[in-house]
Design a protein around this ligand. Structure first.
Ligand code: OOG
Ligand code: MG
Length: 266
């Protein structure tokens, strides 16, 4: 699924450090393919894993997994037509009503997503939509905060995978629902910023069905020799294009049946 790796272990470690430092120091860096044009997606997931190890070594806790570039709106916005995955952490995990300092980020954007928590492990290169559906414990709404470490929020696939798919934080809220109580395809979302509708969409924007995003995550993890354990929080990807946020912005994301999430950026 991912092209073979071309970078040696020392280079992988150096690129992980470069991305990590940019996030910690909140400054942008050139895309990694500027220096390593032949870098593959396989290399990029190795850098992402090295980045995760660095973060965990200083006490950051991985709280789940995320899919990205799963909707046409996001693919068009970023100019990339392939879905990818990364990890999310407790570093900037917030609840409904949170006041989020924008100084924690470089040039943050937000995305309205449907999230799930699994009750069974999922594994294998052939994971189906039905298997994904059967593994869901409950569904909940999530707003992801993304923040590219790359200049002008522009990147190619290998660079953004290495940068942990721009993951920077997330806000959970709304209400938990059994998957059987929700039609994930028609679940509507309205993103308001400062009292104005910024984006609207429905669950089917995510790969035709957010469950397909979960199945694809499992297949991608399988290609890397990993599974998705029971109890994993999964963000299935932005339904609409991402929206810029700045200090003073108040965002309210309303979901049809999953409740709403309010965030104030400070
Ligand atoms: C990459 C991450 C995209 C999503 O939900 O589509 C993503 C990016 O656009 O910076 O998280
Ligand atoms: Mg996202």
């Amino acid at each position: 699924m991912f092209e073979a790796r071309t970078l040696d272990a020392a280079t992988v470690a150096r690129l992980a450090e470069r991305v990590d430092r940019a996030a910690l120091e909140r400054h942008t860096i050139p895309i990694l393919t500027a220096e390593y044009p032949a870098m593959t997606e396989g290399d990029a997931y190795a850098v992402q894993a090295a980045l995760q190890a660095r973060m965990e070594a200083r006490g950051v806790r991985v709280t789940g997994l995320k899919m990205g570039l799963t909707s046409k709106a996001k693919m068009l916005q970023m100019g990339l037509a392939a879905s990818l995955h990364g990890f999310i952490t407790d570093h900037a995990a917030y609840g409904d009503g949170a006041e989020v300092p924008v100084a924690r980020f470089i040039h943050p954007r937000i995305e309205a997503e449907i999230a799930v928590v699994t009750k069974h492990a999922l594994r294998g290169p052939d994971c189906s939509l039905a298997e994904a559906a059967a593994a869901i414990d409950f569904v909940l709404p999530a707003v992801e905060i993304i923040d590219s470490r790359f200049e002008a929020f522009k990147f190619d696939l290998a660079s953004v995978v290495a940068d942990n798919t721009s993951a920077a934080g997330y806000v959970l809220g709304g209400r938990l629902r059994a998957a059987s109580d929700i039609d994930l395809l028609t679940e509507g979302v309205v993103m308001n910023r400062n009292g104005q509708v910024a984006e609207t969409g429905a669950g089917a924007a995510v790969l035709g069905n957010p469950l397909e995003s979960i199945a694809m995550l499992v297949r991608q993890r399988a290609a890397l020799g990993a599974e998705v354990p029971a109890g994993t929080l999964i963000l299935t990807g932005g339904i609409t294009a991402a929206v810029h946020v700045a200090a003073g912005d108040v965002v309210v994301v309303q979901y049809q049946q999953l409740g709403s999430i309010r965030i104030k950026f400070m």
